[in-house]
Design a protein around this ligand. Structure first.
Ligand code: NAD
Ligand code: TYD
Length: 367
């Protein structure tokens, strides 16, 4: 039985992890701490909010006192650390928050963990799992081999640099103080509860609104895509079987150019609208409802500054040590994701029209 602190549990991957974990480990205690920034959504946790083993705490990972009291009072033995600023484009226009939260916030969390778990003479069994990204490794040319855990760090965006710095801090707390840590460096995730600023949810929501899909540059940049539940399973395997002090690459073995990805998303959306004729009545502005092909939505826009060309992840270590392999194939994952956005219009509409933010500000006060 574990007692977990999940930071950033109201964000995209964090919320998926909370559902995943409580489904599979019903007796475990799970406390979420989340500052509910623009990317956090309490609605994503609605279906677990009343469960006895679950608790939500509105709080900031930089509040060391709060984290220490949660670890101590709740007797927590595991931290799964998702909380971060996560959007590359925002890190280009405003890098400060990325270093503040991703680096200093992670350090604050490490200090709290050290104080409570490694107190002089009374260390307790614990695990600190840090969720990181493949972007710390920089980018690849078309023929380069995929990133392994020993690929030198070469982050290119302020986001990637802040995550790289956090990874080093976590490792240093292991080497210096003996903090029992693991790190996962994962590729691009997609699935439910994804804030509609990242490519896949943005494209789906734009298709449903009859808007265009902006593709940066010529759409030839390559990403490796992983359905979010597979990432959650990878983290579970690391907690259960991973070696302390070790990093694991988690990926989907699914490299696509952005244009290939969007063409597939458009094809599946057209297909789903064909299969379910009620959708044309519910989404009257959507491209298929107006008799147009979703592919017509694609438009090419100015490239992102310093846009990494290609990411690819070698998951050999996770395969051999954790018996991890992605289960959900790309078409199935995309279908599930599109269907989720079709079935959960309230979730994304309330984010986009500001009503969700107003509701949160009423609950917790405006930030
Ligand atoms: P997200 O932006 O959707 O969610 C981040 C969450 O952290 C939000 O709920 C936000 O409110 C919370 N948060 C931000 N600052 C906080 C603070 N100071 N204190 C407490 N909570 C705070 O991000 P995501 O896409 O779910 O990513 C989660 C983690 O996984 C991040 O660390 C990210 O770097 C990493 N990651 C993401 C991907 C991906 O494809 N999305 C891939 C690999 C790794
Ligand atoms: P994104 O979802 O922002 O993830 P990341 O930058 O962490 O990989 O972007 C995925 C890819 O899609 C990336 O190559 C940038 C590109 N992209 C677009 O072409 N248009 C968009 O509007 C966005 C948000 C991203």
């Amino acid at each position: 039985m574990r007692r977990l602190l999940v930071t950033g549990g109201a964000g995209f991957i964090g919320a998926n992890f909370v559902h995943y974990w409580l489904d599979r480990h019903p007796g475990d205690r799970l406390v979420v701490v989340d500052a509910l920034t623009y990317a956090g959504n309490l609605r994503s946790l609605d279906s677990v909010a009343e469960r006895d083993e679950f608790r939500f705490v509105h709080g900031d990972i930089r509040d060391q006192e709060l984290i220490e009291s949660l670890l101590a009072d709740e007797g927590l033995d595991t931290i799964v650390h998702f909380a971060a600023e996560s959007h590359v484009d925002r890190s280009i226009s405003g890098p400060d928050a990325f270093f503040d939260i991703n680096v200093l916030g992670t350090h604050s969390l490490l200090k709290a963990a050290r104080t409570v778990w490694l107190a002089d003479g009374a260390p307790v069994a614990h695990r600190f799992h840090h969720v990181s990204t493949d972007e710390v490794y920089g980018d690849l040319s078309p023929d380069d081999p995929a990133f392994t855990e020993t690929t030198p760090y070469a982050p290119n965006s302020p986001y990637a640099a802040s995550k790289a710095a956090a990874d080093h801090a976590v490792r240093a707390y292991w080497k210096t103080y003996g903090l029992q840590m693991t790190i996962s460096n994962c590729s691009n995730n997609y699935g439910p509860f994804h804030y509609p600023e990242k490519l896949i949810p943005l494209a789906i929501v734009n298709l449903l609104h009859g808007k265009q899909i902006p593709i940066y540059g010529d759409g030839s940049n390559v990403r490796d895509w992983l359905y979010v539940a597979d990432h959650c399973r990878g983290i579970e395997r690391i907690l259960e079987r991973g070696r302390v002090g070790r990093t694991y690459n988690i990926g989907g073995e699914c490299e696509k150019t952005n244009l290939e990805l969007i063409h597939e998303l458009c094809r599946l959306t057209d297909e789903i609208f064909e299969e379910d004729t009620t959708l044309k009545l519910r989404f009257v502005e959507a491209w298929p409802s107006r008799g147009d092909s979703c592919r017509d939505a694609v438009t090419f826009v100015t490239n992102r500054l310093g846009h990494d060309r290609r990411y690819a992840i070698d998951i050999a270590r996770a395969r051999s040590e954790l018996e991890f392999a992605p289960k959900v194939d790309f078409e199935e994952g995309l279908r599930r994701t599109i269907r989720w956005y079709l079935d959960n219009m309230e979730w994304w509409k309330s984010v986009m029209d500001g009503s969700y933010r107003n509701w949160i500000d009423e609950q917790y006060g405006s930030r």
